[in-house]
Design a protein around this ligand. Structure first.
Ligand SMILES: Cc1cc2nc3c(=O)[nH]c(=O)nc-3n(C[C@H](O)[C@H](O)[C@H](O)COP(=O)(O)OP(=O)(O)OC[C@H]3O[C@@H](n4cnc5c(N)ncnc54)[C@H](O)[C@@H]3O)c2cc1C
Length: 304
């Protein structure tokens, strides 16, 4: 097999080697990608996927980096970013909206609200690409993205493109049954509504998030999923409430700290490393498990 750079050059796909990933994530920590590739079409992406598969080179997809912790040593193989306009289109036909996997969720929320289409306003204030939002079934108390999805265009790790339709899709709390490596575009089925009322709703939800979460600091949103396990009184507490009960608000290790605003957010201060974040995550999990017997599952995706 020729060296990786030789076939990458042959594929004619824009790529960089040893590219720092920290600036492309919300935590702003972690190392570099051996290769960061930004294909300019579905054909380029599938050719790249196929070649990586043949050469046994690992591939990963980077969205907006809002739920991602990249290790300090970085990642081997190819990180694919759907940053080209080919993956950032949005099309509205009646109540159907098709958005590219690399399109920003925040823009999609505003575009659909302004067009008088309801169904995505519940996602206001969630930083994500459309592909990343589908992968994580992004959402919260107001609803999640899965409820509005009609069809998803994906490619598997070998570069095979296919569709997943509503009737065989499952979305639940921060998960979906889509296992294909690449989410290329998503078709949403929305319903007509008053644009002014929708914009008001978007603003309300955004303000709610702004008032309850540290949106301006380095974080990946909630570090842990809310556990099913009830407290001794039979109440279901959120992960943040368990962490708060363990008196861990503001607890810091190196440059990583538990937010005092929302205990499920781990904040990265200046000089923080991915190692600090991982050590703090481990500490929080151990403390909550030791004190209350509650197992907190990580929501943040870790690379490698
Ligand atoms: C301030 C803040 C607030 C947040 N609030 C919320 C919230 O209210 N609700 C919520 O659910 N989440 C929240 N999050 C977490 C984050 O916004 C979501 O998990 C979001 O879905 C991540 O999308 P992304 O594009 O950034 O994905 P990334 O972080 O880039 O990647 C996450 C995972 O998705 C995969 N992925 C990304 N794009 C694709 C693609 N095109 N195809 C296949 N796989 C892909 C990645 O490989 C990775 O496994 C918050 C995060 C922050 C920083």
């Amino acid at each position: 097999m020729p060296p990786m750079h030789a076939w990458l050059d042959d594929l004619n796909i824009p790529y960089k080697t040893n590219e720092p990933l920290a600036p492309l994530t919300w935590y702003k920590v972690g190392g570099a990608a051996q290769v960061l590739a930004e294909p300019s079409s579905v054909q380029q992406l599938t050719a790249l996927a196929s070649q990586c598969h043949t050469a046994d080179v690992p591939t990963r997809v980077l969205g907006l980096g809002a739920n991602l912790l990249v290790a300090d040593q970085g990642v081997d193989g190819v990180v694919v970013r759907l940053s080209d306009p080919a993956f950032r289109q949005v099309r509205i036909e009646g109540t159907t909206v098709v958005a590219g996997g690399g399109f920003e969720l925040a823009k999609l929320v505003l575009t659909t609200a302004r067009a008088g289409l309801a169904g995505l306003e519940c996602l206001a204030g969630i930083p994500a690409s459309v592909g990343g939002a589908i992968r994580m079934n992004a959402g919260g108390v107001f609803g999640d993205i899965g409820q509005a999805v009609k069809r998803v265009m994906v490619a598997d790790a070998t570069g095979q493109v296919y569709y997943r339709d509503r009737d065989d899709l499952e979305f639940s709390y921060r998960r979906t049954n889509i296992v294909a490596r690449y989410i290329l575009s998503v078709q949403f089925d929305l319903s007509p509504d008053d644009p002014k009322a929708l914009i008001r709703r978007v603003k309300e939800i955004f303000l709610y998030k702004k008032n309850t979460q540290p949106l301006r600091e380095g974080s990946a949103g909630c570090a842990f999923k809310n556990p099913d396990q009830p407290d001794p009184q039979g109440r279901r507490l959120s992960a943040g409430q368990w962490i708060d009960k363990a008196s861990l608000k503001n607890f810091a290790i190196g440059g990583a700290r538990v937010s005092d605003r929302h205990a499920n957010f781990i904040i990265t201060d200046r000089g923080c490393t991915a190692g600090d974040v991982i050590t703090l995550i481990n500490h929080v999990q151990k403390t909550v498990a030791d004190r209350f017997g509650v197992a907190l599952e990580r929501e943040v995706v870790e690379w490698p």
